[in-house]
Design a binder for this molecule. Structure first.
Ligand SMILES: Cc1cc2nc3c(=O)[nH]c(=O)nc-3n(C[C@H](O)[C@H](O)[C@H](O)COP(=O)(O)OP(=O)(O)OC[C@H]3O[C@@H](n4cnc5c(N)ncnc54)[C@H](O)[C@@H]3O)c2cc1C
Length: 466
């Protein structure tokens, strides 16, 4: 591999406009790090691209040298796909330009943007792109996998709001994909992840959003069953403007937590209303009507504030491991398993996240995009989050065992962006009836599986079979 990566470096160094980082460079230790500290790999070369022609050059050089290649936007892949050992990282972090077109309610942003770069630009004119809930997440990986967040019940998933992509394909050519050009690729890129090429630019739809009503509270463990029953029964009829969800966890030993519940199981509750405030107050009040909540706050905040509220809960360099899935209905037994599991939770920052999808995201027809299941509204994400490498085994084993206990009540399906790096066997499950079409499109655009560091959709073999 050393010879091959040196060949890539020699090919690029004369004309590459961005920077090339190798293991001996002073900047390499920083350039190599990704968000998840559990994934520490050492690429042979990191090519930080300044523009689309840099991306083309890097793809061509790595393709002809046969070098394993990772693509990086924000580096937040939970699975650690945006790095590799010995190979090339095509890093788009210098490519963060955002252009907003208020009249057209649209924006164009480059393939290295973080969510925060997009929010800052769009909020100056009171518009918003539906994306995720942590502003330091990369937009490219999030949008290509689907993209869920505060606005998805009202305005759909991130991928539902994409009008077009500009892509550097596996042969280094630049392709446009939208409803009239390369429509098959346009379909696949809306949920199919980084399998089809490097997206250098996204064109997206924006929506008017400025102030929102946001409620938070803490429900003690012995009240959580009643609260989740209240939620599961209410959400199917709830307006799209309401996004109400939970993080089940052990309460930290922190000043803002009432002393009598510190260390004990709790549900952290959030209830967001986007729309007319008078009506919203009734719904947010309803979210806290059952459960004897502590530390309730209900406030009108700016969308920009909302988008950064969770930033400090998920810092870089900690160790993260996840398993996710869907429930069609949420039964009492599953709720009981989640609450019981907190008694053996090895880290106070581990969470069992529960969200209700539905709304606009669920009204998009299943075949309209490549995104996985839209029909099972209860979304579960078990998120392990700890700091000491000595605790890896205990935390990973806890996540796996809770998942194994819940799995029988789940329906097949998983959101690719909430998967870990050890779940390649679940990728067909993520796409289900879309799997065959995705493989056919992959075979057209990336027949040699150059883009394989992702939740991989392998091309058909030359014989056209698997
Ligand atoms: C703190 C945190 C919060 C999150 N919150 C949410 C959330 O609210 N909603 C949600 O839906 N998801 C969320 N996620 C999951 C998130 O969607 C994925 O981790 C996503 O992959 C992050 O994108 P990224 O660009 O930072 O990833 P990277 O690690 O840079 O890349 C991830 C994958 O995308 C591919 N990729 C990256 N850039 C490009 C590109 N320009 N062209 C083609 N392929 C590319 C890579 O090859 C890789 O396979 C969160 C993750 C974290 C860590």
């Amino acid at each position: 591999m050393t010879k091959a990566i040196n060949e890539v470096y020699s090919t690029l160094k004369g004309h590459f406009k961005g920077s090339l980082r190798r293991p001996d460079d002073a900047e390499y230790p920083d350039a190599r790090r990704i968000w998840n500290g559990l994934v520490a790999r050492r690429p042979g070369l990191i090519a930080r691209c300044n523009d689309s022609s840099d991306v083309q050059a890097a793809v061509r050089a790595a393709g002809s040298a046969g070098v394993i290649t990772a693509v990086r936007c924000g580096g937040h892949s939970l699975a650690g796909f945006s790095t590799c050992d010995d190979g090339l990282v095509i890093d788009l972090s210098p490519m963060r330009k955002v252009q907003v077109f208020p009249e057209a309610r649209s924006a164009r942003f480059e393939g290295g943007c973080l969510l925060g770069s997009i929010d800052s630009a769009t909020q100056t004119v009171g518009l918003a792109f539906p994306s995720g809930v942590v502003s330091h997440t990369g937009a490219a990986g999030l949008v290509l996998g689907g993209g869920t967040g505060w606005l998805n019940r009202l305005h759909g998933l991130s991928c539902d709001n994409v009008r077009g992509f500009t892509v550097v394909a596996a042969d280094g050519s630049v392709i446009h994909a939208n409803s009239s050009e390369n429509a098959d690729l346009f379909w696949a890129l809306r949920g199919g992840g980084g399998n089809f090429g490097v997206v250098t630019e996204f064109e997206v739809t924006l929506h008017p959003v400025s102030a929102v009503l946001f409620g938070r509270g803490i429900c003690p463990g012995d009240e959580v069953l009643g609260l989740l029953r209240h939620w599961r029964d209410f959400m199917p009829e709830a307006p799209d403007n309401l996004r109400w969800g939970f993080s089940l966890r052990n309460a930290p030993d922190a000043e803002n937590i009432p002393a009598d519940i510190r260390g004990r199981p709790i549900a952290s509750v959030s209830a967001l209303w986007v729309g007319g405030l008078e009506k919203g107050r009734r719904y947010v009040d309803h979210a806290f009507a059952v459960g004897n909540h502590k530390a309730i706050t209900k406030e009108v905040i700016s969308f920009s504030t909302l988008q950064t509220l969770a930033d400090s809960d998920f810092p870089h360099d900690r160790r993260y491991y996840t398993k996710a899935g869907y429930f069609k209905t949420l039964n009492d037994e599953s709720i009981g398993i989640m609450i019981d599991a907190l008694a053996t939770n090895p880290s106070v920052t581990n969470e069992i996240e529960l969200a209700y999808l539905g709304g606009a995201a669920a009204r998009v027809a299943p075949g309209e995009t490549a995104f996985g299941d839209r029909s099972s509204p209860f979304v579960l994400n078990l998120l392990g989050n700890w700091s000491d490498p000595a605790d890896d085994a205990a935390n990973i084993s806890w996540i796996r065992s809770v998942f194994a206990r819940l799995r029988p009540a789940m329906v097949p399906g998983v959101y690719v962006n909430f998967m870990s790096g050890d779940e390649s066997d679940r990728v067909p499950e993520a796409y289900r009836e879309r799997w065959g079409r995705l493989r056919t499109i992959k075979t057209v655009y990336d027949p040699r599986n150059f883009f394989r560091l992702n939740q991989n959709i392998p091309p058909m073999t030359a014989a056209g079979s698997s």
